[in-house]
Design a binder for this molecule. Structure first.
Ligand code: 5GP
Ligand code: MG
Ligand code: MG
Length: 173
């Protein structure tokens, strides 16, 4: 499997960028009532590193959604496999994602969370593939903008595997 990967972002590059993002989020949210919402499964390494670079007190909570339709591309029909364990009503919510591709998943998740009436709702992603977008969704914090490649590592999987790689690479099937 690993012989099919071309490195794209090194551990050091990711670490430096995540630190910057954490510092920015600290400037933007410190002193406010914030819930940082992680979208499982892919977000776990990024989430762990990001929240540890945020230097103030906030809540964390996780959500897991699945897209109907199968295949490698999402259809935008999402259902909730695991919901948040706390309310975001009247609070600031920051959704953290591994990668925004077509935008369909995030668009649905955003609407779903908006209905719960947070005071604000923003989106933070490690990776963004804007060339693949099928629906416009505002992404407020982006780690790296990348070309249209299928990437793995640092949470991103190929067939459930490779999430544990400490770097991000392009997978050549
Ligand atoms: P979207 O609804 O934006 O098309 O889908 C986003 C989800 O598709 C991501 O959270 C991720 O699970 C998956 N995805 C999109 N692009 C990639 C990619 O390049 N590599 C991997 N491993 N997953 C991807
Ligand atoms: Mg994801
Ligand atoms: Mg996946």
């Amino acid at each position: 499997m690993r012989d099919r990967i071309t490195p794209l972002l090194t551990e050091a590059q990711i670490r430096a960028r995540v630190q910057e993002m954490g510092a920015q989020l600290t400037r933007d949210y410190a002193g406010q009532d914030l819930v940082v919402v992680g979208l499982l499964n892919g977000v776990f390494p990024f989430f762990a590193d990001l929240v540890r670079s945020m230097d103030f007190d906030f809540d964390v909570s996780f959500m897991q959604v699945a897209s109907y339709g199968g295949g490698t591309e999402s259809t935008g029909e999402v259902h909730i496999l695991k919901d948040l364990d706390r309310s975001i009503q009247g609070r600031h919510a920051l959704v953290v994602e591994d990668i925004v591709d077509t935008g369909l998943t995030l668009f649905k998740v955003r609407n779903l969370l908006k209905d719960r009436e947070p005071q604000s709702l923003k989106i933070c992603t490690l990776l963004d593939k804007p060339s693949r977008r099928k629906i416009e969704v505002p992404v407020d914090y982006v780690g790296f903008t990348i070309e249209d490649h299928f990437v793995v590592g640092y949470g991103l999987d190929f067939d459930g595997k490779l999430r544990n790689l400490p770097y991000v690479g392009v997978y050549h099937p």
